[in-house]
Structure formats: C-alpha cells, structure tokens
Design a protein around this ligand. Structure first.
Ligand SMILES: [Zn+2]
Length: 138
C-alpha cells in the first residue's frame, strides 16, 4: 500500500537530511502500512474520532494509514473519508430501550425510588438506603 506523500516532509527528509521514522508513506518500515507523524496525515484520511465528528463511520473499510507519535507509543489508525459511511442513528424504539435501561440503573432496589444519579453497583441501593444501613449497624 502506498500513501500520499507530504511535500514539506519530503523536503526536510530529502534535502535537509532529517530522519523522520514516522514519515513512511510507503510503509516500508511499518509492515506495509503508510505511516505519518502526528498532525501530518494527508488530506482525506481521518481517525475514527474525526470521522465521528463528521457523522461518519469507517463502514468496514480497511485501515488506510496510521499516525504515530510520542516515540511510537501512541498510534491512531486512519480511514478514507471517501469510503466512510454515514453514522447510524438510533431508531425511536432503540432510544426508548436505552432510556429504559438507563432509568433502571437509577431505581433503588431497596426503596424503589428513582434517583437523579446512577445507583452504585457496589452498594446495590441508593445512598440514602445505604447510609441508613450504615448508621444502624455502626
Ligand atoms: Zn433507596
């Protein structure tokens, strides 16, 4: 796989003798995957996050390239924007199911009241019920 070349990076590596390990558009040093330094991705390639911001998702396409930073400790995969698909939006039924599930997590199993917060799974009941239990037992 061969990725687009970045003119400014070609300039510094080819004429200034600068070695950029993370600039590897042919992927020769990175298992064939075109690789770019952080913030130097060619136009048209986006991370999943950037796609999501544009209401898009990779949609089953292969990873087109990667960006590497922090001395190779951070990697983000890039996808082609032109192959991305629109992000799926939930149907009213799905939204209702999500709402119900979230509501269930706010209902205390001891006093059955719906709380404005999620019941901590470790407590299994709302803070009021839990406090009551603690005060009577300590
Ligand atoms: Zn309660």
């Amino acid at each position: 796989m061969t990725g687009a070349r970045i003119r400014q990076l070609d300039y510094v590596t080819q004429t200034k003798g600068v070695y950029l390990d993370n600039y590897d558009p042919d992927g020769t040093r990175h298992g064939g995957l075109p690789t770019y330094p952080y913030r130097w991705a060619p136009p048209g390639l986006l991370t999943v996050r950037q796609l999501r911001a544009k209401q898009l998702r990779p949609g089953g396409q292969d990873i087109a390239a990667q960006i590497i930073w922090r001395r190779g400790r951070r990697v983000a995969y890039l996808y082609r924007e032109d192959l991305a698909k629109p992000k799926r939006t939930a149907t009213p039924a799905q939204l209702a199911a999500i709402d119900k599930a979230l509501r269930a997590r706010r209902i205390c199993s001891t006093c059955r009241t719906e709380k404005p917060y999620y019941i901590a799974r470790s407590l299994g009941e709302c803070n009021d019920c839990h406090d009551q239990w603690r005060f009577t037992c300590s």
